[in-house]
Design a protein around this ligand. Structure first.
Ligand code: SF4
Length: 240
Protein backbone atom coordinates (compact mmCIF):
# COMPACT_ATOMS: atom_id res chain seq x y z
CA UNK A 1 0.00 0.00 0.00
CA UNK A 2 2.78 2.46 0.93
CA UNK A 3 4.46 1.88 -2.42
CA UNK A 4 1.19 2.48 -4.26
CA UNK A 5 0.63 5.72 -2.39
CA UNK A 6 4.13 6.88 -3.31
CA UNK A 7 3.83 5.93 -6.96
CA UNK A 8 0.30 7.36 -7.37
CA UNK A 9 1.45 10.62 -5.79
CA UNK A 10 4.43 10.66 -8.16
CA UNK A 11 2.08 10.31 -11.14
CA UNK A 12 -0.06 13.21 -9.90
CA UNK A 13 3.04 15.35 -9.36
CA UNK A 14 4.40 14.46 -12.78
CA UNK A 15 1.06 15.36 -14.39
CA UNK A 16 0.97 18.70 -12.59
CA UNK A 17 4.58 19.54 -13.46
CA UNK A 18 4.02 18.64 -17.11
CA UNK A 19 0.68 20.42 -17.59
CA UNK A 20 0.11 22.94 -14.77
CA UNK A 21 -3.19 24.72 -15.32
CA UNK A 22 -3.75 22.58 -18.40
CA UNK A 23 -4.45 19.67 -16.06
CA UNK A 24 -7.89 18.97 -14.63
CA UNK A 25 -9.43 16.24 -12.48
CA UNK A 26 -13.09 15.57 -13.40
CA UNK A 27 -14.07 13.90 -10.15
CA UNK A 28 -16.90 11.37 -9.96
CA UNK A 29 -17.11 11.59 -6.15
CA UNK A 30 -17.16 7.81 -5.89
CA UNK A 31 -14.72 5.61 -3.95
CA UNK A 32 -11.59 6.30 -6.00
CA UNK A 33 -12.24 10.02 -5.68
CA UNK A 34 -11.60 9.94 -1.93
CA UNK A 35 -8.11 8.57 -2.47
CA UNK A 36 -7.22 10.90 -5.34
CA UNK A 37 -8.51 13.99 -3.56
CA UNK A 38 -6.56 13.08 -0.43
CA UNK A 39 -3.35 12.40 -2.36
CA UNK A 40 -3.71 15.70 -4.24
CA UNK A 41 -4.26 17.53 -0.97
CA UNK A 42 -1.36 15.88 0.87
CA UNK A 43 1.01 16.58 -2.02
CA UNK A 44 -0.19 20.21 -2.06
CA UNK A 45 -0.85 20.09 -5.78
CA UNK A 46 -3.15 22.91 -6.97
CA UNK A 47 -4.89 20.69 -9.49
CA UNK A 48 -8.28 21.94 -10.62
CA UNK A 49 -11.04 19.63 -9.39
CA UNK A 50 -14.42 19.65 -11.04
CA UNK A 51 -17.48 17.48 -11.14
CA UNK A 52 -20.27 17.07 -13.66
CA UNK A 53 -23.60 17.72 -12.01
CA UNK A 54 -26.01 15.92 -14.28
CA UNK A 55 -28.94 17.19 -12.23
CA UNK A 56 -29.71 13.62 -11.15
CA UNK A 57 -26.91 12.82 -8.69
CA UNK A 58 -27.68 11.06 -5.38
CA UNK A 59 -27.98 13.22 -2.26
CA UNK A 60 -25.03 11.29 -0.77
CA UNK A 61 -22.83 12.58 -3.60
CA UNK A 62 -23.85 16.19 -2.95
CA UNK A 63 -23.13 15.60 0.77
CA UNK A 64 -19.70 14.22 -0.11
CA UNK A 65 -18.92 17.24 -2.34
CA UNK A 66 -19.85 19.55 0.52
CA UNK A 67 -17.71 17.61 2.96
CA UNK A 68 -14.71 17.74 0.62
CA UNK A 69 -15.09 21.50 0.24
CA UNK A 70 -15.06 21.91 4.03
CA UNK A 71 -12.50 19.24 5.01
CA UNK A 72 -9.83 20.22 2.49
CA UNK A 73 -10.90 23.85 2.01
CA UNK A 74 -10.85 22.84 -1.63
CA UNK A 75 -12.59 24.56 -4.52
CA UNK A 76 -14.71 22.14 -6.50
CA UNK A 77 -15.98 23.49 -9.80
CA UNK A 78 -19.47 22.17 -10.47
CA UNK A 79 -20.24 21.91 -14.17
CA UNK A 80 -23.79 21.70 -15.50
CA UNK A 81 -25.18 20.57 -18.82
CA UNK A 82 -26.54 23.18 -21.23
CA UNK A 83 -30.07 23.80 -19.96
CA UNK A 84 -31.36 24.28 -23.53
CA UNK A 85 -30.15 20.83 -24.52
CA UNK A 86 -31.71 19.30 -21.39
CA UNK A 87 -35.02 21.09 -21.95
CA UNK A 88 -35.18 20.00 -25.57
CA UNK A 89 -34.37 16.41 -24.62
CA UNK A 90 -37.02 16.30 -21.88
CA UNK A 91 -39.64 17.91 -24.10
CA UNK A 92 -39.01 15.33 -26.78
CA UNK A 93 -38.53 12.17 -24.71
CA UNK A 94 -39.68 12.86 -21.12
CA UNK A 95 -37.68 12.71 -17.88
CA UNK A 96 -37.22 8.93 -17.83
CA UNK A 97 -35.95 8.53 -21.38
CA UNK A 98 -32.99 6.44 -20.18
CA UNK A 99 -35.41 3.60 -19.40
CA UNK A 100 -36.93 3.60 -22.87
CA UNK A 101 -33.97 2.30 -24.86
CA UNK A 102 -30.19 2.03 -24.81
CA UNK A 103 -30.02 4.69 -27.52
CA UNK A 104 -31.99 7.17 -25.44
CA UNK A 105 -29.95 6.29 -22.35
CA UNK A 106 -26.80 7.12 -24.29
CA UNK A 107 -28.43 10.29 -25.55
CA UNK A 108 -29.13 11.32 -21.94
CA UNK A 109 -25.48 10.60 -20.98
CA UNK A 110 -24.35 12.57 -24.00
CA UNK A 111 -26.36 15.66 -23.06
CA UNK A 112 -25.84 15.51 -19.30
CA UNK A 113 -22.22 14.29 -19.15
CA UNK A 114 -20.31 14.11 -22.42
CA UNK A 115 -21.13 17.57 -23.77
CA UNK A 116 -20.28 19.35 -20.47
CA UNK A 117 -17.04 17.37 -20.24
CA UNK A 118 -16.14 18.30 -23.81
CA UNK A 119 -16.71 21.93 -22.88
CA UNK A 120 -14.40 21.84 -19.86
CA UNK A 121 -11.68 19.83 -21.59
CA UNK A 122 -11.59 22.16 -24.60
CA UNK A 123 -8.79 24.32 -23.20
CA UNK A 124 -6.97 21.57 -21.29
CA UNK A 125 -4.00 19.41 -22.20
CA UNK A 126 -4.41 16.56 -19.70
CA UNK A 127 -6.87 15.01 -17.27
CA UNK A 128 -6.81 12.63 -14.35
CA UNK A 129 -9.13 9.66 -13.92
CA UNK A 130 -9.77 7.14 -11.14
CA UNK A 131 -9.88 4.15 -13.50
CA UNK A 132 -8.42 0.90 -12.21
CA UNK A 133 -7.38 -2.25 -14.06
CA UNK A 134 -9.46 -4.62 -11.93
CA UNK A 135 -12.70 -2.75 -12.65
CA UNK A 136 -13.23 -4.73 -15.81
CA UNK A 137 -11.56 -6.83 -18.46
CA UNK A 138 -11.75 -3.88 -20.81
CA UNK A 139 -9.51 -1.93 -18.46
CA UNK A 140 -6.75 -4.51 -18.20
CA UNK A 141 -4.88 -2.92 -21.07
CA UNK A 142 -4.94 0.70 -19.94
CA UNK A 143 -1.71 2.43 -18.93
CA UNK A 144 -0.82 5.00 -16.30
CA UNK A 145 -0.25 7.60 -19.04
CA UNK A 146 -2.28 7.41 -22.23
CA UNK A 147 -3.06 9.48 -25.27
CA UNK A 148 -6.74 10.16 -25.26
CA UNK A 149 -7.94 9.83 -28.83
CA UNK A 150 -11.38 11.21 -28.08
CA UNK A 151 -10.35 14.50 -26.54
CA UNK A 152 -6.80 14.77 -27.87
CA UNK A 153 -5.35 15.04 -24.37
CA UNK A 154 -3.01 13.07 -22.15
CA UNK A 155 -4.91 10.95 -19.66
CA UNK A 156 -3.34 9.96 -16.32
CA UNK A 157 -4.66 6.97 -14.37
CA UNK A 158 -2.78 7.13 -11.02
CA UNK A 159 -4.84 4.39 -9.31
CA UNK A 160 -4.45 1.87 -12.09
CA UNK A 161 -3.10 -0.96 -9.92
CA UNK A 162 -5.14 -0.34 -6.78
CA UNK A 163 -7.66 -2.97 -5.74
CA UNK A 164 -11.10 -2.08 -4.37
CA UNK A 165 -9.98 -3.40 -0.96
CA UNK A 166 -7.02 -1.01 -1.00
CA UNK A 167 -9.30 1.89 -1.85
CA UNK A 168 -11.50 1.05 1.14
CA UNK A 169 -8.47 0.44 3.34
CA UNK A 170 -7.07 3.87 2.44
CA UNK A 171 -10.39 5.61 3.15
CA UNK A 172 -10.90 3.86 6.49
CA UNK A 173 -7.23 4.06 7.54
CA UNK A 174 -7.00 7.81 6.88
CA UNK A 175 -10.51 8.59 8.11
CA UNK A 176 -11.19 10.87 5.18
CA UNK A 177 -14.44 12.04 3.56
CA UNK A 178 -16.15 9.49 1.33
CA UNK A 179 -19.41 8.86 -0.41
CA UNK A 180 -21.59 7.07 2.14
CA UNK A 181 -23.25 5.04 -0.59
CA UNK A 182 -20.11 2.90 -0.34
CA UNK A 183 -21.44 1.61 2.98
CA UNK A 184 -24.52 0.35 1.14
CA UNK A 185 -22.48 -1.69 -1.35
CA UNK A 186 -22.45 0.86 -4.12
CA UNK A 187 -19.13 0.46 -5.91
CA UNK A 188 -19.59 2.50 -9.07
CA UNK A 189 -21.60 5.65 -8.36
CA UNK A 190 -23.27 7.81 -10.98
CA UNK A 191 -26.74 9.30 -11.34
CA UNK A 192 -29.19 8.19 -8.67
CA UNK A 193 -31.68 6.74 -11.15
CA UNK A 194 -29.01 4.74 -12.98
CA UNK A 195 -27.02 3.38 -10.01
CA UNK A 196 -27.78 0.55 -7.61
CA UNK A 197 -25.93 -1.45 -4.98
CA UNK A 198 -24.28 -4.71 -6.03
CA UNK A 199 -24.24 -8.06 -4.29
CA UNK A 200 -21.25 -10.27 -3.46
CA UNK A 201 -19.65 -11.69 -6.60
CA UNK A 202 -21.30 -9.25 -9.01
CA UNK A 203 -19.23 -7.30 -11.51
CA UNK A 204 -18.36 -3.89 -10.01
CA UNK A 205 -20.11 -2.23 -12.95
CA UNK A 206 -23.27 -4.32 -12.58
CA UNK A 207 -24.80 -1.49 -10.58
CA UNK A 208 -25.00 0.77 -13.62
CA UNK A 209 -27.83 0.59 -16.22
CA UNK A 210 -28.63 -2.92 -14.97
CA UNK A 211 -31.94 -3.07 -16.84
CA UNK A 212 -30.25 -3.05 -20.22
CA UNK A 213 -29.79 -6.22 -22.17
CA UNK A 214 -26.43 -7.92 -21.56
CA UNK A 215 -25.68 -7.57 -25.24
CA UNK A 216 -26.34 -3.88 -25.23
CA UNK A 217 -23.36 -1.65 -25.52
CA UNK A 218 -23.11 -0.04 -22.08
CA UNK A 219 -21.15 3.15 -22.10
CA UNK A 220 -21.49 6.71 -20.99
CA UNK A 221 -18.97 8.06 -23.48
CA UNK A 222 -16.65 9.75 -20.99
CA UNK A 223 -13.77 7.48 -21.88
CA UNK A 224 -12.45 6.26 -25.16
CA UNK A 225 -13.67 2.72 -25.46
CA UNK A 226 -17.19 1.41 -25.34
CA UNK A 227 -17.28 -2.30 -24.98
CA UNK A 228 -19.97 -4.89 -24.56
CA UNK A 229 -21.20 -5.46 -21.04
CA UNK A 230 -21.54 -9.02 -19.94
CA UNK A 231 -19.21 -10.31 -22.62
CA UNK A 232 -16.11 -10.14 -20.49
CA UNK A 233 -15.17 -6.80 -21.96
CA UNK A 234 -16.41 -3.89 -20.00
CA UNK A 235 -15.26 -0.32 -20.29
CA UNK A 236 -17.13 2.67 -19.07
CA UNK A 237 -16.61 5.99 -17.38
CA UNK A 238 -15.06 6.34 -13.96
CA UNK A 239 -18.47 6.59 -12.48
CA UNK A 240 -19.38 10.15 -13.27
S1 SF4 B 1 -26.43 8.01 -15.93
FE1 SF4 B 1 -28.66 7.96 -16.39
S2 SF4 B 1 -29.58 9.94 -15.75
FE2 SF4 B 1 -27.30 10.10 -15.74
S3 SF4 B 1 -26.85 11.01 -17.66
FE3 SF4 B 1 -26.66 8.79 -18.00
S4 SF4 B 1 -28.72 8.05 -18.59
FE4 SF4 B 1 -28.93 10.18 -17.86
Amino acid sequence: MKEKIVSSTAVLREAWQAHGDGLVYPCSFGGESSVLLDLIHRAELPIQVLTLDTGRLPQATYDFIDEVRRYYAMDVRIVFPDYREVETMLLQYGPNLFLASAELRKHCCEIRKVHPLQRVLKDKTAWITGRRREQSKGREHIQVRESDNVYGLIKYNPLLDWSWEEIRQYIDGHDIPYNHLLDQHYVSIGCECCTRAITVGEDPRAGRWWWENEDTLAECGLHVTSIRRGSGENEQGEGI
